[in-house]
Design a protein around this ligand. Structure first.
Ligand code: ZN
Length: 255
């Protein structure tokens, strides 16, 4: 059987590893990766796709973008509402875009704008794949002679890109649905999902994928449920994504 393993954002900043304290660490994430490493060695997927959350410090969901009347930047996890921007409590770098952006988010009703701790800044240690997994991916390449497919997402400072397939707010062709990637993924007989975080990037990628493929193909999708974890206090979001997936016929498997 031709199996694809999709590993969403298995990067240092999402976990506390022995080598790196992640800026947006999820308690269980490193244990997820330890399980995933054992699984890859034992089960040998035919192909592996790894997505990499990739930002600059100037990103719209990072502190530098926003300033209040006292000239301070928001603390991590500050929620910025439409009202905050309209009333000038938080002023964005590009006011017109900032206002449009929070209004679009509100219209969609999925997420409010959350200021994350600076994370996955490109080419810093936090952006790199956690070393136990990076070593295993290199091992897999050596064993199979194949290449891991790496995909960076989130490089556009003007929008959040939780899903590997489409931005939260689409602003150009690059941030719109990646149909080429959907088609690539759906060519496999089985598509397995793991990585971080189930409440955001895994959940969104999974649901976007299911929305793009024929309903019958949902049965080919498997979530490796103990190789993914939610952002703390966002467990309900992960549950909502997984409920939708189960209703469509996605299987859940512990590894
Ligand atoms: Zn991010």
């Amino acid at each position: 059987m031709n199996r694809l393993l999709v590993i969403i954002d298995p990067q240092n900043d999402f976990m506390n590893s022995p080598q790196h304290q992640g800026s947006l660490a999820i308690d269980e994430a490193y244990a997820d990766m330890e399980r995933l490493v054992r699984y890859i060695k034992k089960d040998m997927p035919e192909q592996i796709l790894v997505t990499l959350d990739s930002h600059t410090v100037n990103h719209i969901a990072h502190k530098l973008w926003w300033t209040n009347k006292s000239g301070n930047h928001p603390a991590p996890f500050t929620v910025i509402s439409v009202d905050d921007v309209e009333q000038g409590r938080w002023q964005g770098k590009d006011h017109e875009h900032s206002l449009w952006y929070v209004r679009e988010l509100e219209k969609q009703g999925n997420y409010e704008l959350i200021i994350w701790p600076d994370h996955c800044i490109m080419d810093t240690p936090g952006h790199q794949v956690v070393s136990i997994l990076a070593e295993t991916l290199t091992w897999w390449e050596n064993e199979t002679g194949k290449k891991v497919r790496y995909l960076r997402k989130g490089m556009n400072d003007y929008t959040e890109h939780y899903s590997a397939l489409k931005a939260e707010v689409v602003i150009d062709e690059e941030t719109d649905m990646n149909t080429e990637l959907v088609q690539y993924m759906n060519k496999f007989d089985q598509i397995e999902f793991a990585g971080e975080a189930s409440s955001h990037c895994v959940g969104n990628t999974l649901v976007h994928f299911l929305n793009e493929i024929p309903a019958v193909d949902a049965q080919k999708v498997i979530v490796l449920e103990n190789a993914t974890s939610p952002v703390p206090n966002c467990e309900h979001m992960a549950e909502a994504f997984f409920k939708q997936a189960k209703e469509k016929g996605v299987q859940f498997k512990r590894i």
